[in-house]
Write a new protein. Structure first.
Length: 113
């Protein structure tokens, strides 16, 4: 059993998408975007930047496509950007609802009384 685990770890380390390549460390670093987006979900929607959130949505969509077509396929990069896309789309809808929707918060801010 230990020999099997060791040989699998060695195969992973030496693989084209293993930790000795940028195919591994790039996606690991990009998880910071996901964590930052998750932290933004706790903020008030008025503090979110619509331009930046939209840019992050486009960025992650493009890199999901890249991760799928690059050879060898980079599933770690795909998972990272799929997660970021989900978080950023959630934040974008919060931003849009706050600024352009019919939420009670918007009505309260627009009512001068």
């Amino acid at each position: 059993m230990a020999a099997t685990f060791a040989s699998r770890m060695r195969a992973f380390i030496d693989s084209p998408t293993g930790p000795r390549t940028t195919h591994f460390w790039g996606p690991v670093a990009n998880w910071g975007f996901v964590l930052a987006g998750m932290a933004d979900t706790k903020k008030s929607p008025e503090l979110l930047s619509g331009n930046m959130t939209s840019a992050m949505c486009v960025y992650s969509a493009l890199f999901m496509r890249f991760a799928w077509v690059v050879q060898p396929r980079n599933y770690l990069l795909l998972a990272c950007h799929a997660s970021n896309e989900s978080v950023q789309l959630y934040n974008l809808q919060r931003f849009l609802r706050f600024h352009y929707g019919d939420s009670p918060t918007v009505a309260k801010l627009q009512d001068p009384k």
